[in-house]
Ligand binder design. Structure first.
Ligand SMILES: NC(=O)c1ccc[n+]([C@@H]2O[C@H](COP(=O)([O-])OP(=O)(O)OC[C@H]3O[C@@H](n4cnc5c(N)ncnc54)[C@H](OP(=O)(O)O)[C@@H]3O)[C@@H](O)[C@H]2O)c1
Length: 287
């Protein structure tokens, strides 16, 4: 990956941190796009020390805030002259009680779907100037437990809020498929993945007393974040997937989707509504 610039959201912990470590080890310029600057600094220090690659930088972003996403993108466009790989890794899940973002959007959807949707638009011209480029989206097989309600794309008040994690991961899949279609022939590929069930911070909001059995399950049966990063790394860097786009991967292999997830009419409708919800304007790049 020498000579390549890789941007990873949520690179301060879990799967994102392991992805950043490997990209740095392979010689890339790594942009760690993180919300928590303290853990991001500690992660960066560890990665630089271990890999000897100093070309690892931290930029602040809160994907749940449209203002923050726009500020972040403006900063990237000012400081970076290329972007070879954009990895949408950051994600969060709530438990029972929901929350609303500063833009009035249900927080899980704001962070896991709308933030990445807006960020992709704002960085698309930079990716186009850097072709061949890749976009990698960390979705989840848990999408199968949900459906995306076209009449409730800002699902404030849904109970339990944890369900919206599945919905947001489903939205990632519709987004990835529609994005791949829109970018066909552009030199930018888009692929998405399930990393496996991983012992990471994503389970941190599981409430008492469920957190105890959950802890036992994650420690005994789930894979490590390093294992969880393998498919992301593969899609970001392997020659095997050069030119491959619009595909879903698991364990570094292409995987099938449910029939409902292949519905491109629905993907298009979600895209159009998402563009309204994030307030894309005529002066924003169009995909
Ligand atoms: N773990 C699994 O079993 C599993 C399975 C399927 C898919 N996934 C997906 O894998 C991805 C990585 O998650 P993980 O398992 O590695 O969990 P994790 O350790 O909790 O990492 C999630 C990362 O996302 C960041 N993040 C959350 N909200 C953010 C926001 N508003 N703005 C910017 N960054 C934010 C977190 O930053 P903070 O430290 O600031 O919170 C953290 O760095 C997620 O997309 C998740 O949905 C995980």
């Amino acid at each position: 990956m020498e000579g390549k610039t890789v941007l990873i959201t949520g690179a301060n912990s879990g799967i994102g941190k392991e992805t950043a470590r490997e990209m740095a080890r392979q010689g890339a310029r790594v942009i760690m796009a993180c919300r928590n600057q303290e853990t991001a600094n500690a992660a960066r220090e560890e990665i630089v020390k271990e890999t000897g690659n100093n070309n690892v930088i931290i930029k602040k972003i809160d994907l749940g805030s449209q203002r923050s996403v726009r500020e972040f993108a403006a900063d990237i466009l000012k400081t970076e002259n290329k972007l070879d790989v954009l990895i949408h890794n950051a994600g969060m899940a709530l438990a029972f009680r929901g929350a609303t973002s500063e833009d009035g959007i249900e927080l899980t959807m704001a962070t896991n779907h709308y933030g990445p949707f807006l960020l992709t638009h704002l960085l698309i011209d930079l990716l186009k100037r850097s072709t061949p480029a890749r976009i990698v989206i960390v979705a989840s097989e848990l999408y199968r437990l949900a459906s995306v309600n076209l009449n409730k794309l800002n699902p404030i008040g849904t109970f339990p809020a944890a369900y919206l994690y599945y919905v947001s991961k489903y939205a990632n899949i519709y987004f990835a498929r529609e994005l791949a279609q829109r970018l066909e022939g552009s030199g930018i590929t888009v692929n998405f993945l399930h990393p496996g069930m991983i012992d990471s911070g994503i389970w941190r909001n599981v409430p008492f007393p469920l957190n105890y059995p959950m802890l036992a399950v994650t420690k005994c049966f789930f894979k490590t974040p390093k294992q969880g990063a393998e498919t992301t790394i593969y899609l970001a860097s392997s020659k095997d997937v050069e030119g491959v786009s619009g595909k879903y991967f698991m364990d570094k292999k292409e995987h099938g989707l449910s029939a409902a997830a292949m519905d491109m009419d629905k993907a298009k409708k979600i895209w159009e509504e998402s563009a309204k919800i994030v307030g894309l304007t005529a002066s924003d790049p169009k995909i």
